[in-house]
Ligand binder design. Sequence first.
Ligand SMILES: Cc1cc2nc3c(=O)[nH]c(=O)nc-3n(C[C@H](O)[C@H](O)[C@H](O)COP(=O)(O)OP(=O)(O)OC[C@H]3O[C@@H](n4cnc5c(N)ncnc54)[C@H](O)[C@@H]3O)c2cc1C
Length: 419
Amino acid sequence: MGAGQGRHVVVVGAGIVGASCALFLQRDGHEVTLVDPREPGGGTSLGNAGIISLGSISPVGTRAMLARVPSMLLDRDSPLSLRWRHLPELLPWLVRLVLASRPERVEELSRALAALLDRADQAHDILIQQCGLADLVRSGGWLKVACSREKLLASTAGERAMLERHGRAFEMLDAAQVHDLEPALSAEVAGGLLLPHNRAVRHPQRYVAGIVATFLERGGRHVRAPARELLVEGGRIAGVASEAGKLPADAVVIAAGAFSRKLAGLAGLRVPLEAERGYHLMLPHPAETLRRPVYSIDDGFVLAPMEHGIRLTGGVELASLEAPPDFRRVRRLVPRAQRLLPQLSAEIRSEWQGHRPSLPDSLPVIGRAPGRDNLFLAFGHQHIGLTLGPATGQLVADLVAGREPPVDLAPYRADRRFY
Ligand SMILES: Cc1cc2nc3c(=O)[nH]c(=O)nc-3n(C[C@H](O)[C@H](O)[C@H](O)COP(=O)(O)OP(=O)(O)OC[C@H]3O[C@@H](n4cnc5c(N)ncnc54)[C@H](O)[C@@H]3O)c2cc1C
């Protein structure tokens, strides 16, 4: 057990990040309470594409991406939309995102993302083994396809160069190789980029619920109420005030996804956290279905085969956290998805909207809150929170126990520049 064993730790947020923190902290011998009004994994961790995406080493804001922004904003079917009346509140985040797109900065940010991603697979394996989750995880990589060879080569050039620089495996496939892997895809597909070592979770919410179930079986507690305030005594964090009452603690972890900015603000921290909003639709599996998640390079969506159907996810919507969902854009993707997967039915079984917690430099905040030795921060995992949640939980457990983390955590500090 770690040096800090036996402390009482409150973790705010029971998504993939908070659940992972809770389990790794408990393994160190701490008494851990999770605080979240929702079911475990009921937030953004419910609705993702399920990809353990080890190759996602590029920050969101690159020069190549920014060059496409004007045309994407003018195209109502592009993968990016902005609700213009929210522009003033989003502006500080957007300006930092643009500043962070300098090529030399992108390279630094990629290295910092890679350092976390290097730990992702092994951290998932611990949770899969400890919590009996192997049935929920499939191997086979993830596949990005295009209907023209030229488009495939041009669109993936930057990504391939970065994968090569960072020693990440990928394979370029021709049409026949793609159809061998995924016979259900349209004959129009001309080729693909396969990331062979990536795995996929077949039901992300059940994956998180499985982690929390093991945590509860081992004596952990889940208080189903929102955290409202941080308790402070003599300048130190003394716990959390929730709607279910006061929860005294020796240490507190904020892992509330896109809602963490307000909670961090209670400790006097200003972090430029915004939500990259995302949507999904659940459609029934066709008779011959997909074997792995498939990304359409032409139309910017993912078809992810889940335990309970095909999940169609696509795009980023920029608006405030509270703005109501607008499902029109994701619904318009259905005919395009049917072109890629011709036997796919258009019967929408359910619709969902969630919030990718994103900092403008695409790095999460992981570490001790500046000036607070017993407040820990674990949020802002943008498009790869499912991938990085378990590794984040391990790092937070290291910090709470007083162990030297195996990764230099300086790039993820809450008081960095964010660009
Ligand atoms: C469409 C889409 C597709 C995606 N695909 C992938 C993918 O394939 N692979 C991948 O790695 N990532 C993917 N992501 C990103 C990933 O889902 C997120 O990064 C991740 O779920 C964030 O996890 P989290 O635990 O930080 O947040 P959440 O899952 O949102 O959990 C935060 C929790 O905090 C709780 N909370 C909030 N405020 C309070 C409070 N005051 N008190 C108590 N609790 C509170 C919430 O109820 C919630 O349960 C995708 C995201 C989207 C939207």
